[in-house]
Each structure stands twice: as structure tokens, then as C-alpha cells.
Design a protein around this ligand. Structure first.
Ligand SMILES: [Zn+2]
Length: 224
């Protein structure tokens, strides 16, 4: 690898040329405006590249990523992204995407010290503590993935509860919130079926989706 990272610039030139060849004028059209339909809130993990895995081009996906796809109402960064996406870009869908075997979730689950991020991961420990009885019944090897899914549902609910999304719904703007999980082992997305299109949907959709996670991981109809 060169010190100036020339290989990345070369790849970039190749990539831009390929797109331009496939769709002549692509970049000059994109200068005019971006009109993405989706806001993706995902993990910063390098194995979960948002645009690539849904095969979307520049201009089609607005993206916010952080460690373990956390959305908290004190995070000005996430809130600013959501506000711009909803109010200015008028995205129709906000998708919180977790992924299997997430290192951040694993650290939170097992109280592993990783550094400054420990403070960030406290939010996931809150989710862990809420679902502690269920998680203790899940076989140890599947516990991280169970918490990954519960974390997605919690963060999707947090998106729904932002003043930005609430206000959009109150003025009749269509914004639908989703919770998905990505499988590192097979490259596939799965819908956790927490789809929320209005304030009254939040709690029922969250409760249904949590029950469904519990059923899947406990392998029976038993729920907590
Ligand atoms: Zn992750």
C-alpha cells in the first residue's frame, strides 16, 4: 500500500469511469439535486457498506452510521441527519439496520472494555438490561445476535420518538420507520417487521417485533 494511497485514487477513477460509461452524464445530473427516498442508519462496521448491499447509486441513499447503529435524543449528529433527511430531502423511509455478530453489541453484552466507546455502548447495555431475563434464556452462541435485533427495535423506536419524526407525522408527511438486520455470513437483509407509519403504531409495532424476536430465539411460542 502506498503512503499516498494512490491505489484508492486509481480505484476511484475506474469507478467513476464505469458509472459514466453505463449512464453518460450521471454525475453532471447529480450536481443539480439529490432526491433519495431512504435514510439508512447503520453500523460503522466496514463489512456493512450501505449503498453496495442494496445496490443503490450515489444520490439514492442518505446515510448515517455510527458504532452499533445507536439513535439517542442527545446525539446532535444523528438528529441533524434525521432532520435534514425528513424536512429537506423528504425521505419516505428511515431504516435502522443492525448486523449479525456486531462488535459493539458484543462488547456491550459482555461488559468488554474497548475504550471511549464504552460510554456510547451504555445505550446498548440499557437495552440488554431491559431484556436480561430473555437474553439469559437464549443459548450463549446466539445471544449477541438476539441483542443485535433487540437493539435495532429499540433504536427504531427512538427514531419514531424524535420530535422530527413526530412533527412530520403531525403535519401529515409520510415517513415510515423500519428495523432490519444484515447477515454478515450470507450478505442478506432481513426485515424485523417493526414498520411504523404513525405515532399510534409505535408501541404495538415494537411489542410485536420484540415478541417475534423472542419466539425465534427461544424456538417455541414462549415469550417473556
Ligand atoms: Zn456493528
Amino acid at each position: 500500500m502506498s503512503t499516498e494511497l494512490n491505489e484508492l485514487f486509481e480505484s476511484n477513477r475506474r469507478w467513476a469511469a464505469e458509472i459514466e460509461q453505463r449512464e453518460p452524464g450521471f454525475f453532471s445530473r447529480l450536481i443539480q439535486q439529490q432526491t433519495p427516498q431512504y435514510l439508512w442508519i447503520g453500523c460503522a462496521d466496514s463489512r456493512v457498506p450501505a449503498n453496495e448491499l442494496v445496490d443503490l447509486l450515489p444520490g439514492e441513499l442518505f446515510v448515517h452510521r455510527n458504532i452499533a447503529n445507536v439513535v439517542v435524543p442527545s446525539d446532535l449528529n444523528a438528529l441533524s441527519v434525521i432532520q435534514y433527511a425528513v424536512d429537506a430531502l423528504k425521505v419516505r423511509h428511515i431504516i435502522v439496520v443492525g448486523h449479525s455478530n456486531c462488535g459493539g453489541v458484543k462488547a456491550a453484552l459482555n461488559n468488554l472494555r474497548v475504550g471511549l466507546a464504552d460510554n456510547w455502548l451504555r445505550h446498548i447495555q440499557d437495552v440488554r438490561n431491559t431484556h436480561r431475563i430473555f437474553l439469559e434464556r437464549v443459548p450463549a452462541a446466539r445471544r449477541v445476535d438476539a441483542l443485535v435485533e433487540l437493539n435495532v427495535l429499540e433504536q427504531a423506536r427512538n427514531v419514531c420518538r424524535t420530535t422530527i419524526v413526530e412533527d412530520a407525522w403531525l403535519r401529515g408527511q409520510e415517513v415510515i420507520i423500519h428495523g432490519w438486520v444484515y447477515g454478515l455470513h450470507n450478505g442478506l437483509l432481513e426485515d424485523l417487521r417493526m414498520t411504523v407509519a404513525g405515532i399510534d403504531d409505535i408501541e404495538p409495532a415494537h411489542a410485536r417485533a420484540v415478541e417475534s424476536v423472542q419466539r425465534r430465539y427461544l424456538g417455541s411460542s414462549t415469550t417473556i
